[in-house]
Design a binder for this molecule. Sequence first.
Ligand code: HEC
Ligand code: HEC
Ligand code: HEC
Ligand code: HEC
Ligand code: HEC
Ligand code: HEC
Ligand code: HEC
Ligand code: HEC
Ligand code: HEC
Ligand code: HEC
Length: 307
Amino acid sequence: MWKQLSVALAFACAVPSPVATAADEAEPRLVGSATCRACHPIEADHWAQTVHARVFEGAPRGAREERSCEACHGPGATHVADPQRADAIRRFTRESREAVATLNGVCLDCHRGGERIHWLGSTHEREDLACSDCHNPMAEVSAEGLQREASVDRTCFSCHPQQRVEFRKRSHMPLHEGAIRCADCHNPHGSATDPLLRGMSVNAVCTPCHADKRGPFLWEHPPVQESCLHCHLPHGSNHESLLTSPRPFLCQQCHSQVSFSHPNDLLTRGNLADGPVPDVRLGVRSCTNCHAQIHGSNHPSGVRFHR
Ligand code: HEC
Ligand code: HEC
Ligand code: HEC
Ligand code: HEC
Ligand code: HEC
Ligand code: HEC
Ligand code: HEC
Ligand code: HEC
Ligand code: HEC
Ligand code: HEC
């Protein structure tokens, strides 16, 4: 493993620099966390409150975890001898000269698979994000998941300001209210479903919380079965109920004005609330005044979603 690392190091630092020689790397020596603590008391105190410290120092599950600080930062003897030498200790901060993939590999040594089964090739991996862009293992900043910011959502907002705004729109998922988090719908570590969705399809993401919309219904409305996103935005919208566009236009995108059995005089622009001949039936909930069971109906005569 250390041989591999020195190869990776040599590769990352193709420009001549005072890197450790192969001989140094071949015989890395551990110094133990008490030695690190002596020069890094503040970092060590903060780290002591994290789940890693509790496991590594309290109930280590193997030799790697027993290394404590050095489980992540690598053997420290060369660094202790000459702290100013840039490459003698593995850094995860911006000053690091190692490739992001190498740094992530340190974390993945213990955290491969599970939630991260799709990490390789995921959008975040391809964008060269480091695990430590979202996680700060050095301090318990967040209540859960060793996040870099106080919460999962704030961590996401630091790079996704547009989504922060979307959740402030007139109609929005109750994220700022604390009822839902980015990670309820997305797996930031990767997914088989774009964009990083937690579930095999959009509907598989939505229906665990909105089970009444899942069906199966006696009378299905095909777009509902296909994807909630035909009519809803997932984060927020300026139209009520997170709709992609206001009614009746929402419905008319698919249902043209000319219809076989419909009172189609309803369907003109002229009889909207602000038109020359407004029709009360198009006010308020518009088409869904009558077609109220728009997600599907279980009523024997609910074929038009009236009941
Ligand atoms: C003799 C004192 C001393 C000891 C012992 C020591 N360090 Fe350091 N360490 C320093 C100094 C000084 C720096 C700052 C060097 C610099 O800025 O380039 C530093 C820098 C670091 C950095 C880089 C910080 C950054 O900005 O990325 C890490 C990581 C680190 N030490 C970890 C450790 C670990 C882990 C141990 C135990 C194996 C350890 N140190 C033991 C003195 C020490
Ligand atoms: C689980 C892996 C892990 C362990 C264990 C660990 N560190 Fe770190 N350390 C990191 C990461 C990741 C960063 C970069 C944090 C960041 O980006 O702010 C870091 C950063 C640092 C820094 C730079 C200053 C800072 O806080 O960002 C120092 C110094 C340091 N660690 C020392 C230590 C010491 C001393 C120990 C043991 C008491 C230790 N680390 C244990 C992963 C670890
Ligand atoms: C030597 C093995 C090891 C390494 C290396 C390691 N971890 Fe961990 N990590 C653990 C163990 C053990 C736990 C606690 C028990 C568990 O969740 O499996 C843990 C827990 C976590 C958690 C969950 C925290 C919580 O509150 O539930 C996160 C996040 C995490 N590690 C991130 C990282 C990151 C990021 C790195 C690389 C900088 C890293 N780990 C390196 C072993 C490791
Ligand atoms: C884009 C942000 C982001 C990146 C990058 C990221 N994580 Fe996470 N990670 C999270 C969030 C958010 C959670 C909490 C998820 C939850 O609570 O459902 C989490 C949870 C975890 C956990 C604890 C829960 C579990 O899955 O067991 C571990 C361990 C972990 N991450 C490791 C890693 C490792 C290793 C990497 C790098 C390969 C990484 N993470 C990269 C955001 C990120
Ligand atoms: C360090 C910056 C950073 C952080 C933190 C971050 N992301 Fe990203 N994310 C990116 C980049 C860069 C992209 C790709 C460009 C884009 O779509 O904006 C991206 C893309 C995405 C995408 C679109 C994926 C696709 O395939 O189109 C989703 C979804 C996403 N991030 C969710 C999250 C979530 C959830 C969190 C918090 C757990 C998070 N991100 C935290 C940088 C970040
Ligand atoms: C209710 C579930 C849900 C929640 C909560 C959620 N998302 Fe999404 N997100 C989605 C869906 C579904 C899409 C796909 C949208 C599409 O394909 O048009 C998406 C798309 C995205 C994208 C891709 C670009 C875009 O806007 O279409 C990014 C980036 C993103 N989400 C980030 C976030 C962040 C950051 C958070 C937390 C602040 C978050 N999401 C919370 C369901 C959710
Ligand atoms: C983790 C649970 C959860 C998931 C997943 C989820 N929702 Fe929600 N959704 C909620 C909660 C909570 C509310 C607020 C309910 C309330 O205020 O009565 C809500 C409200 C809504 C509303 C009504 C908004 C309004 O302004 O009246 C719509 C529409 C909606 N969700 C659609 C979706 C869609 C589409 C998805 C999938 C992309 C989804 N939801 C995924 C929990 C969830
Ligand atoms: C054909 C368009 C369409 C599709 C597709 C659709 N919806 Fe809706 N949805 C609506 C309309 C229109 C409203 C507003 C209903 C009203 O005002 O009576 C609504 C309202 C909602 C509401 C809030 C009011 C309520 O009934 O609880 C939720 C939650 C919701 N939809 C979830 C979903 C989910 C989950 C899916 C995917 C399984 C989905 N919708 C698919 C059109 C649609
Ligand atoms: C993405 C396209 C799409 C959207 C948007 C949409 N529908 Fe539909 N709707 C369909 C399809 C496809 C059918 C099935 C047509 C068929 O079976 O001939 C259908 C069937 C129906 C039916 C039953 C018609 C029949 O012949 O049995 C009614 C009523 C209906 N939709 C009303 C609405 C209303 C009201 C809205 C707006 C809230 C709406 N639809 C939005 C695609 C859509
Ligand atoms: C005043 C109540 C009412 C309103 C408002 C209304 N509809 Fe209807 N709709 C009906 C009735 C009644 C039928 C015929 C039912 C039947 O024949 O079984 C119907 C039938 C339909 C059908 C089936 C079409 C067909 O040719 O059989 C569609 C699609 C439909 N409506 C869409 C819409 C759309 C889109 C809107 C909004 C622009 C709308 N409706 C507004 C009452 C209404």
